[in-house]
Design a protein around this ligand. Structure first.
Ligand SMILES: *[C@@H]1O[C@H](CO)[C@@H](O)[C@H](O)[C@H]1NC(C)=O
Ligand SMILES: *[C@@H]1O[C@H](CO)[C@@H](O)[C@H](O)[C@H]1NC(C)=O
Ligand SMILES: [Mg+2]
Length: 282
């Protein structure tokens, strides 16, 4: 309700005066319960209005382009049980979200094998990735609305890159299964950077390669660690609440949470960026 009211008022204001900017107008809206609610909703959109004209969009892969976490969870659960981890009791989804999801393999290895047996940890992670690739070939699907969004990006000639903590072989396979090999102009792999996510390095590498400014770029992420990386690289982050708890994503610094790429809030922001971008070009 509130959101639509704001969208209508802000688009209207954009038409009547080039001097009025969406972020200003948004603050004038009230709803039936008082101003504070409205202000907090509109402010969550401010970081996006400031991005116009939009130059680039950066995407995490796992959990963002595709709901791959159930496949990772399955592979970890089976393989950890097989090696007698936790006395053979299968790991829970909570354990997976807290210790594994979105994290870098070396860090996961250290958390799962704290005795410092580096070789055993590395071998386990390699085997797990091989199992993931086998399962992904059969089960991986794009998050709803992804292809529509990719078309929108291509039509506007925006720059785009995939930025992941996954091993390169996994990342390339997932992008190919999703039919996005030609869409992405660049792929950044965490292990090939000085520091992986949650550090900003992979996102800074993508900006650097694309020659895009963080002031005109935003990020899609689904994990706390990835959101922290995008925010640390100076960009607003749209959090996909595909699987991880919304509270966790907000605390990590997401500016907006969406369920998938068909979310009307996302399209309202994209429409707004289009409007402001065109005004500034004119
Ligand atoms: C919003 O509410 C405040 C205080 O209740 C009021 O002063 C203001 O005029 C209202 N603004 C709009 C745009 O309705
Ligand atoms: C981004 O914007 C800030 C504040 O306006 C500015 O200080 C900074 O230099 C800009 N960064 C780039 C890379 O343009
Ligand atoms: Mg992810």
């Amino acid at each position: 309700m509130i959101v639509w009211q704001i969208v209508i008022i802000s688009s209207w204001a954009l038409l009547i005066g080039p001097a009025l900017r969406a972020s200003h107008v948004l603050l004038l809206c009230n709803d039936s319960e008082g101003t504070s609610v409205t202000i907090s909703v509109s402010c969550s959109k401010c970081p996006f209005s400031k991005l116009a004209p939009l130059e680039a969009i950066l995407f995490d892969i796992d959990g963002t382009l595709c709901d791959s976490d159930p496949i990772h969870y399955y592979a970890f659960r089976e393989m950890l049980q097989e090696i007698g981890f936790n006395n053979g009791v299968p790991i829970t989804e909570e354990f997976f979200v807290e210790k594994i999801s979105g994290k870098f393999n070396e860090d996961i290895g250290r958390a799962l094998f704290p005795d410092g047996d580096h070789e055993r940890a590395a071998k386990f992670m390699d085997d797990k990735e091989a199992m993931f690739r086998r399962l992904a070939s059969e089960q991986l699907k794009a998050v709803d609305g992804l292809h529509k969004l990719c078309e929108w990006i291509e039509e506007r000639g925006l720059k785009r890159a995939a930025v992941t903590n996954a091993p390169r072989a996994n990342a390339e396979l997932m992008i190919s299964i999703l039919g996005l090999t030609d869409f992405f102009q660049f792929l950044v792999v965490g292990s090939e950077c000085e520091r992986a996510k949650p550090f900003p390095d992979p996102y800074l590498e993508a900006l650097n390669f694309l020659k895009a400014s963080p002031n005109h770029t935003f990020v899609f992420e689904d994990s706390a660690s990835g959101i922290q990386a995008g925010v640390a690289a100076g960009m607003p982050v749209v959090g996909l609440a595909t699987r991880n708890p919304e509270k966790l994503l907000k605390e990590a610094g997401a500016s907006l949470l969406i369920k998938d790429f068909e979310d009307p809030n996302l399209w309202a922001i994209l429409g707004e960026l289009d409007h402001i971008g065109k005004k500034r070009e004119a």
